[in-house]
Design a protein around this ligand. Structure first.
Ligand code: NAI
Length: 296
């Protein structure tokens, strides 16, 4: 199965951490990329951030100035979903909420062509459930990137019950053409990575609550001695506690309250406080101003 042609338009809905990363990769691969966000100015901010990253890559000699310039020009902020009507692929990276995702895709179906592939970057919501209200559920597929998108090679291509094999294969080939290592997966709770990673976070949170060791020590043990690239707390801070907590809830509920996946009250409190990690400047650690002060 062939990847999307380079001259196909890709629309990214949701211009937060993941949307911006996916836009970076798609524009670098040669597509014109439309970015949309309901938060005023978010798509423009994402584009500015991506061009700053491109400039840094040029400085480090990892991208030519001409390529950076061309890729930057391919990024376009749009003010309404209607402007995505020419897209051949829409990748959704909005809030991790089933109703919000269903509402978005239902609206998109009335805008884009019938051939347009609809992809969700959901971390943990059933792809089958997101597709259920659509007129053409066979065109909806999971295209699950990892954070930070430009650096992380894996993409899970997730088939819901109704997803067509051709759609999954096209998205797989497209992810490969974008320089990623795609893998086919089925829409089981948490798919592959978020399922096997749950105990990494859950046990670390339990250890912290049992006062076995502090955050920095637990991170250092797993990172420096355990061979993980990041410790569990710094990784949760990077992902965002709102996202990480909702993924745990979603896997827990999908397995009918299996105690192995019980969400942590401590993480719920971080979400309640708005201490979402790096993106808010505070989570298990503090970032920027006041970084030397205790975080939790
Ligand atoms: P984020 O909070 O950084 O960005 C989400 C963006 O979507 C925000 O800018 C928000 O204004 C916008 N938004 C919300 N509702 C919208 C709507 N109806 N239409 C258009 N824009 C809307 O979140 P993040 O981290 O980028 O996550 C986005 C999605 O990607 C979620 O489904 C999440 O589960 C998934 N994901 C997140 C990962 C992570 O490490 N943060 C990793 C892999 C997937």
């Amino acid at each position: 199965m062939q990847a999307l042609a380079k001259d196909s338009i890709v629309a990214i809905i949701g211009s937060g951490a993941m949307g911006a990363g996916i836009a970076h990769v798609a524009a670098t691969a040669g597509h014109q990329v439309l970015l949309f966000d309901t938060r005023l100015g978010a798509a423009d901010t994402a584009i500015k951030g991506i061009t700053v990253t491109f400039a840094k890559l040029v400085e480090k000699g990892r991208m030519s100035a001409a390529d950076a310039d061309a890729a930057g020009k391919r990024l376009i902020s749009i003010g309404s979903l209607q402007e995505a009507k020419e897209a051949a692929l829409v990748v959704e990276a909005i809030v991790e909420n089933l109703d919000a995702k269903r509402a978005l895709f239902t609206e998109l179906e009335s805008i884009v062509s019938q051939e347009c592939i609809l992809a969700t970057n959901t971390s943990s919501i059933s792809v089958t459930a997101i597709a259920a209200p659509l007129r053409h559920p066979q065109r909806l597929v999971g295209m699950h990137f990892f954070n930070p998108v430009p650096l992380m090679a894996l993409v899970e291509v997730v088939k819901g019950i109704a997803t067509s094999g051709d759609v999954a294969d096209t998205v797989y080939a497209t992810a490969a053409a974008w320089g990623k290592n795609p893998v086919h997966a089925k829409s089981t709770p948490g798919f592959i990575v978020n399922r096997v990673a749950r105990p990494y976070y859950a046990e670390a949170l339990r250890l912290l609550l049992e006062q076995a060791a502090d955050v920095a020590t637990l991170d250092a043990v797993m990172r420096d001695c355990g061979g993980f690239r990041m410790g569990p707390f710094e990784l949760m801070d990077l992902i965002g506690h709102d996202i990480n907590f909702s993924v745990t809830n979603s896997v827990y509920n999908a397995y009918f309250g299996d105690p192995r996946f019980t969400p942590s009250v401590l993480q719920q409190e971080l979400v309640n406080a708005g201490f979402l990690g790096r993106k808010t400047g505070r989570g298990f650690y503090r970032y920027g101003e006041g970084a030397d002060k205790p975080a939790v």
